[in-house]
Design a protein around this ligand. Sequence first.
Ligand code: SAM
Ligand code: SF4
Length: 342
Amino acid sequence: MMCGRVHARGMAQEAERGLIDRFGRRIDYVRLSITDRCDLRCRYCMPQRMRFQPRDALLSRDEIIALGEILVARGVRRIRITGGEPLVRRDIGGICSGLGALLGQGLDELTLTTNGTQLARHAAMLRQAGVRRINVSLDSLQPDRFARITRGGDLAAVFGGIEAARGAGLGIKVNMVALAGTNEDEIEPMMRWCAGRGFDLTLIETMPMGEVEEDRSDRFLSLDAVRRGIEERFALIALALRTAGPARYFEVAELGLRLGFITPLTANFCGGCNRIRVAATGSVYGCLGRDQKVELRPALRIRDTAQVHRLLDQLLAGKPLGHDFHIARGPAVERHMSVTGG
Ligand code: SAM
Ligand code: SF4
């Protein structure tokens, strides 16, 4: 009895400790991948014949929710569900409602990043679960080009998903990976398209993660140069908005658009990193561009919460200062972006 009480007190103390790394950075944001599978094959993300994890290697719905509870107890305020494509997971509804139940219990925001293909079916469920904003990845507004980039994706399905999400009252930010010789001529049309619908837009530099079938350096587009080009045509007003994330935001005065730039190659902002990344298998990475990780699945599977806390401490003790992406050197890590979901 006595022992149980002491144990419970120990656990509570563990839970009250924040997630602070050796550089003093407080982790309050988690990217939570719930599957590495996807119904698209974006050329910069993964090869056509991608090898996925066996299903029993993935955390179950209950393990994901238990992990969410532990993370929130350790001070995590925002969780972004991602993948692979999170909406292809069959128990997505249960996962969202389980994590959504943490809102107001320490969790401030539950968000999701999706390719939009399955969004029409799930938009109302997301809203119901407490999601208020989503990111939709969209690299082209031209059906043929979209199909080429995604190796077969149906742009109409994505548009339908976006409309459903709007209709359900979800705020939308479009993520566009800027690719030389592929979609650079669509940056301004995308800005106008997003502005016309009240969406935010974030442009992203392609990152060297995992082998794909093409040389990413051929497609790399410096967003520094892109921003200078945009500034020749529009007034960009730097926004104070700091999310401790890697994006820098501007207001495009003429369009009333909030425009973000994620520039891991031309300028990284790792010094203020506030996040860790959970893969669908329960591996947790301290950095997008490094291999340092801990494996939470065994402990989650036997519900050993104390061990999960210890492993999180271990992760934070070794969290790297930052990544070291160089596009010309090729992949900095073997895993693809789809493992940790960006
Ligand atoms: N499937 C969902 C989607 O596409 O939104 C979620 C996962 S996806 C890996 C998350 C984001 O990472 C997407 O916006 C995608 O464009 C981006 N991404 C994937 N591979 C990338 C890479 N190598 N460099 C930069 N961004 C990448
Ligand atoms: Fe799938 Fe997203 Fe990767 Fe495209 S970027 S292949 S949609 S996981």
